[in-house]
Design a protein around this ligand. Structure first.
Ligand SMILES: [Zn+2]
Ligand SMILES: [Zn+2]
Length: 97
């Protein structure tokens, strides 16, 4: 599976980070000032955007692994995307199929 290409979009809730998920959705992690945005798409892919995105993703996936019996393994990655001239952290985890 190739790495997602993130892009910034405007949403009703403010700026968000999305990617071409390959399903009918436009999963969007809405950027807010103090929090990391995330979306766990119905197709199983997860992404986070904002300061501490990778750390928040770690905690999220660890929690799921601890509480779910059928949690998949994920291919994971992290990077940055430029928003208004500043680098914003992004992290992603896609189920291994
Ligand atoms: Zn979806
Ligand atoms: Zn999807």
């Amino acid at each position: 599976m190739s790495e997602p290409i993130f892009q910034v979009i405007e949403t009703e809730l403010g700026r968000g980070v999305t990617y071409d998920c390959g399903c009918p959705c436009t999963p969007t992690a809405v950027l807010s000032v103090n929090e990391v945005g995330s979306e766990h798409c119905c197709c199983g892919k997860v992404h986070f955007a904002g300061a501490g995105a990778a750390t928040a993703m770690d905690a999220y996936l660890a929690e799921r692994k601890a509480t779910r019996t059928r949690e998949p393994e994920y291919t994971r990655g992290a990077g940055t995307i430029e928003v208004d001239g500043a680098a914003v952290e992004v992290a992603w985890a896609f189920p291994v199929d």
